[in-house]
Every structure is written in C-alpha cells, then in structure tokens.
Design a protein around this ligand. Structure first.
Ligand code: DGL
Length: 268
C-alpha cells in the first residue's frame, strides 16, 4: 500500500477527462493535477519543445511526493514519455499504449483510424503501437487541429463542428474503418458529432478511460494502491489564470473545483 498521491499531467484543462475516469475507477487515490495552461497547445510544437515543457512539469510534480505520473496529454505521451522514462525514476502511464490496445481489441475488420494533434499523428506513436500488436492492421492517422479550438469554444455539437468533422474524417470513411482512437484529450467531447459523420458502426476508443484502467492495473501490480477505498483528495495547479481553469474545469468534472494554485513553471 502507498498513500502518496498520483501526479496527473496535461497541457491544459483537457486532461481532466482522464482525471474524471481516475476519480471513478480509483476513488481512494489522492491526486495532484498540473495543467500547463500558459503553454497550451502542445499539439503544434516541436518534439524538443514538448520535451522541455514536459520535463519542467515533471520536475514540478516531483516536488509533491507523488508515486506515479499519468500523462493525460496525448501529445506529451507521444513525444516525450520515452525520453522521460530514461531520465526520471518514477513510473509513467501514458495514454498511447492503453488506447492502442483498446483499438486492436475492438476492431473486427483490422481497419483502424487514429485522430489527434499534428504532434501526435506525425510522431507515429499510435500507429507504431497498433502495428506491433496487429501487424496486419490498416491504420489511418489524421490530425484534426481545429477540433481542440472547437471544444475550447464549446462548439462541439454545432454545425461548424459537423462540417469540420466531415472534412477531416472523409478519408476514414473511404477506408471503412470500424474502430477510431480519439487520440487527444479534447476529442471525446466530439463523440456525438463524430458518430453523426461516421455512423454508429464505428467504435470510438477513449484513451482517457483506458489510461485510468491501466493506472489501476499498474498500481495493483506494483503494490502502490492507496489504503483508502474512498475520499481521495485533489489538488490542482496550473501555469496560467486559475479562475478560468476552475470555471471550465468544474464543467468537465461535473464537480466544483475548490482551490487552484498558480505555478511559475518557467522557473522550474
Ligand atoms: N492535451 C493535448 C493532447 O491530448 C491537446 C491540446 C494541446 O495541443 O496541447 O494532445
């Protein structure tokens, strides 16, 4: 048993979808969440920059006596997790492997789509993991950069979102995929619109849910589960305006966020 908190990292607020899943699947765990809201988006930045930002965030989380780090951000999981594992001793759980695994087990025709930020798709991280588990898979990766802005604007179920999705997802339709990885923290919010475009025969894989499941399994295997079964404490840190995070984040978690503290991440 280990009652130290779990660190959860995201480039901003989207990672709260992962936190929400962890809160449901591991209600006794204490959590320290850091959202790098001053430097979002990560999805359009170079690998070097994502690694630099992510390492600073890890160093901050390590000051909180955590036992593991969940990388809720797909872009950071894709571009910086491997590097981080070489440098830091702490266990990391990213979203890529759990998401890829779920896609492989849900497909029937071996045609799998992956959507994410430019950084995630161009890194080929999901494609490589899926290919390793299912060498015969046909994998179509598409970056959908406008999706993040649509969700941040609260427009995920509008006509604008529908038209944008039609355009981005056309190639997936042509390849007749039957499983689609929503490889970005924001995309589960577009479920309804994506299903409207692709039809309900396509299984949408939510790596946030899968990552929470993988976290539970890892903690169990390594004997790191909290002795509490309920009543986890949550502490939130961001690198920009805490008020906006509180407001928007409360909606995602469907729970009021008490206090959010600002961190000067550039100085770490
Ligand atoms: N959190 C990022 C991800 O899951 C999306 C937002 C960003 O570009 O930073 O890839």
């Amino acid at each position: 048993m280990d009652n130290r908190p779990i660190g959860v990292f995201d480039s901003g607020i989207g990672g709260l979808t992962v936190l929400k899943e962890i809160m449901e699947q591991l209600p006794g765990e204490d959590i320290v969440y850091f959202g790098d809201t001053a430097r979002i988006p990560y999805g359009t930045r170079s690998k070097e920059t994502v690694i630099k930002y992510f390492f600073q965030s890890v160093r901050f989380l390590l000051t909180k006596e955590i036992k593991a780090i969940v990388i809720a951000c797909n872009t950071a999981s894709a571009l910086a997790m491997e590097e981080a594992q070489k440098v830091f001793e702490i266990p990391f759980i990213g979203v890529i492997e759990p998401g890829a695994k779920a896609a492989v087990s849900s497909t029937k025709n071996s045609a799998i789509g992956v959507i994410g930020t430019e950084g995630t798709i161009n890194s080929g991280a999901y494609q490589r993991k899926i290919r390793r588990m299912m060498p015969s898979a046909e994998i179509i990766g598409i970056s959908c950069p406008l999706f993040v802005s649509l969700v941040e604007e609260g427009w995920e179920s509008t006509d604008v979102a529908y038209i944008t999705a039609q355009r981005y997802l056309l190639e997936l339709k042509e390849h007749n995929i039957d499983s689609l990885v929503l490889g970005c923290t924001h995309y589960p919010a577009l479920r309804y619109t994506i299903t409207k475009v692709l039809g309900d025969k396509v299984t949408l894989v939510n790596p946030a849910y899968e990552a929470a499941k993988a976290t539970k399994m890892m903690l169990k295997e390594q004997n790191l589960l909290s002795s509490k079964l309920d009543g986890g404490n949550y502490n939130f840190y961001v690198s920009d305006d805490p008020e906006k995070f509180k407001r928007v984040g409360g909606n995602i978690l469907r729970k009021e966020i008490g206090s959010v503290q600002k961190v000067n991440i550039e100085n770490i």
